[in-house]
Design a protein around this ligand. Structure first.
Ligand SMILES: NC(=O)c1ccc[n+]([C@@H]2O[C@H](COP(=O)([O-])OP(=O)(O)OC[C@H]3O[C@@H](n4cnc5c(N)ncnc54)[C@H](O)[C@@H]3O)[C@@H](O)[C@H]2O)c1
Ligand SMILES: CC(C)(O)[C@@H](O)C(=O)O
Ligand SMILES: [Mg+2]
Ligand SMILES: [Mg+2]
Length: 330
């Protein structure tokens, strides 16, 4: 049985006298740093010049270059882009690691695939919120938390788990639930989830539905509201109460269509593709592809991303959302 932890299992005192360096101030960096500070912990930011450095300044943090922050800290949370972590680690983190430091990650990619090999005299720990960084912050501000994972790769001090749990409490995750996993399990399931379901699966499903309706002569605006806008409302019900709550809310007609037609859309071919995608993750093939893609300046990433940015669904969506009060910025 997987181990689960809640508020009373974690003690902020375990890290209350530690200096925590959050390296990177992007999606996770900002969310986690603000939550840790609001939980009363000592946070400094390690960041290079640029837009997100300015955001950290505006948010009132003590700011340093990456190497300086790594040197000052007891706990070093690496929230840089996965594809940059190995290089920054070699140049700006590794030389400044001190005996007994805790090196922390929110995703296991670099440690699991051997791009970062920490020395034996530090703890190596993961605290990974299971949600986007902006939601880590928003949920914490609402008095709740995004569920999280902890994993211990190396327990040099004997305190690694207490530190991980305290950090998870600091970012709000123990308010929901924290599961104990391994770097391998987190890395493989996280990559699979975002590729096959959460990001890749969903965007392709929505695009396919949109393109099918538009090709059949229906208005793009109709198609957008049907397959994208309403998706959130349906997912909210699933999120709150599973398929059962969603199916209680929709019509019997929708439910019959759901039960009989859904498996035709996600059929044997999709199961085969999912298995193949998981296998590429498990064998390291995906990791190698992504590392090499970055070495040649991301030609595939850029071309595919540009095509999706220029897709009709984005144009129609931007226009429709601009009229909806829920998307207006104050
Ligand atoms: N985005 C998420 O919601 C999410 C969720 C769970 C886990 N994670 C993990 O969290 C980590 C951070 O991801 P993210 O999406 O928050 O990253 P991000 O791209 O949003 O932010 C990265 C930050 O690092 C800074 N940075 C980039 N290159 C740098 C360099 N060479 N030196 C110094 N600073 C540099 C950027 O300016 C930015 O502040 C990754 O390991 C990712 O897998 C992310
Ligand atoms: C938010 C996600 C997709 O869950 C995360 O894993 C990421 O890589 O951004
Ligand atoms: Mg991920
Ligand atoms: Mg994820």
């Amino acid at each position: 049985m997987i181990k689960k932890y809640y508020e009373s299992d974690a003690d902020l005192e375990k890290i209350s006298s530690s200096t925590i360096a959050v390296l990177g101030y992007g999606s996770q960096g900002r969310g986690q740093a603000l939550n840790l500070r609001d939980s009363g912990l000592n946070v400094i930011i390690g960041i290079r010049e640029g837009k997100s450095r300015n955001a950290a300044v505006e948010d009132g943090f003590e700011i340093y270059g990456v190497s300086e922050a790594a040197k000052k800290a007891d706990i070093i949370m690496v929230l840089l882009p996965d594809e940059k972590q190995a290089e920054v680690y070699r140049e700006d983190i590794r030389p400044f690691l001190a005996d007994g430091n805790c090196l922390m990650f929110s995703h296991g990619f670099n440690v699991h695939y051997g791009q970062i090999v920490p020395p034996a005299n530090v703890d190596v720990v993961m605290v990974a919120p299971k949600g986007p960084g902006h939601m880590v912050r928003r949920t914490y501000e609402d008095g709740k938390g995004v569920p999280g994972l902890i994993a211990i790769e190396q327990d040099y001090t004997g305190n690694a788990k207490d530190i991980a749990l305290a950090y998870a409490k600091g970012i709000g995750s123990t308010r929901a639930v924290v599961l104990e996993t391994t770097f391998r399990e987190e890395t493989e399931t996280d990559l699979f989830g975002e590729q096959a379901v959460l990001c890749g699966g969903v965007t392709c499903l929505v695009k396919a539905g949109f393109e099918t309706l538009v090709a059949a002569g229906y208005a793009p605006e109709m198609a957008y509201l049907e397959v994208l806008h309403e998706l959130k409302l349906i997912v909210d019900l699933i999120y709150e109460g599973g398929f059962t709550k969603m199916r209680d809310s929709i019509s019997n007609t929708a439910q019959y269509g759901d039960l009989t037609r859904g498996p035709r859309v996600i059929g044997a071919e999709s199961y085969d593709a999912m298995e193949e995608i998981l296998c590429e993750i498990q064998t390291g093939e995906f990791a190698k592809e992504w590392i090499l893609e970055n070495m040649v300046n991301r030609p595939v990433f850029n071309a595919l991303n540009r095509a999706d940015e220029e897709h009709l669904i984005e144009e129609v969506g931007a226009e429709l959302r601009s009229m909806m009060p829920q998307f207006k910025k104050d």
